[in-house]
Write a protein that binds this ligand. Structure first.
Ligand SMILES: Nc1ncnc2c1ncn2[C@@H]1O[C@H](COP(=O)(O)OP(=O)(O)OP(=O)(O)O)[C@@H](O)[C@H]1O
Ligand SMILES: [Mg+2]
Length: 241
């Protein structure tokens, strides 16, 4: 589908809990309503773990033979290039949306089975405006036909319109919520913003749960659409270095 190739190096270290939760999320997505192919992932605040979850989910879907496209629609900040140590001039989404690159220029085949990538491209001064263009709608429609899943990374939804704009074009949304950080009121507001865009909310991921301490969340699947998602890291104890 694409001639462009890119090598991504995965520096992340997950543990058993994270990887099991990712497989669980994959299962829940596969069993969500038929035809759920384009999925926006957002959160209320920065740093709640969206990009990490998207990439891991893409790898898990690729591992079972699905064709997956990850679209980094966070054109306020390009995190994938540095995180995955991409050493190549990349043409990204912002360049396509501003007419500086064609669709064929921005889709990259990665070294991970089944996983293709559209990077965000250079930071643009008017991200919401770019995402509202017909060119973005066209991109999603075209890619929807070519892949089993299109996973779209966005900036946090609390203060920026981007995620809600992207959600309008998607079949489903996943809301990532960092444990002990997001109030019920803020999470509900995000949920309502997504719902107002007409996008179905597939579920929420409760991230950064301390699996050693939060036994309540360690039974995946017992809580409807809410999945515990943690690295299983220990909280610092008194006396720890
Ligand atoms: N379950 C987890 N447990 C511990 N640390 C995590 C977990 N998930 C993500 N992190 C770490 O939290 C940081 C933020 O993750 P990530 O970049 O995926 O968040 P993000 O929501 O995409 O952030 P942004 O809004 O800035 O794009 C990273 O350093 C990542 O390694
Ligand atoms: Mg991110």
């Amino acid at each position: 589908m694409t001639e462009n190739q890119v090598t991504m190096t995965d520096p992340r270290k997950h543990d058993y809990f994270y990887d099991e939760a990712s497989k669980n999320l994959r299962t829940n997505i596969r069993f969500s309503a038929a035809g759920t192919k384009t999925i926006v992932v957002t959160s209320c605040f920065p740093n709640e773990g969206k990009s990490d979850i998207i990439f891991q989910l893409a790898l898990e879907l690729g591992n079972i033979g699905k064709r997956v496209l990850v679209v980094d629609a966070d054109i306020r900040k390009s995190s994938y290039i540095s995180r995955y140590r991409v050493r190549k001039r990349i043409y990204g989404l912002s360049e396509y949306l501003s007419g500086q690159a064609g669709l064929g220029d921005i889709v990259y085949r990665t070294n991970f089975t089944g996983v293709d990538m559209i990077f965000s491209g250079p930071v643009a001064p008017n991200p919401s405006e770019l995402l509202e263009q017909e060119a973005f709608t066209e991109l999603i429609h075209t890619m929807r036909e070519k892949y089993d899943y299109v996973l779209i990374d966005t900036p946090p939804i609390a203060n920026m319109a981007d995620a809600a704009i992207v959600a309008k074009q998607c079949d489903g949304a996943v809301l990532v919520i960092e444990n002990e950080r997001v109030s019920r009121r803020v999470a509900l507001k995000a949920k309502n913003q997504l719902a107002a865009s007409g996008c179905r909310i597939i579920g929420a991921v409760l991230n950064k749960v301390d699996m050693e301490h939060d036994r309540y969340y360690s039974k995946y699947g017992s809580y409807g659409s809410y999945y515990g998602y943690g690295y299983g890291h220990k909280k610092k104890q008194d006396g720890d270095k």
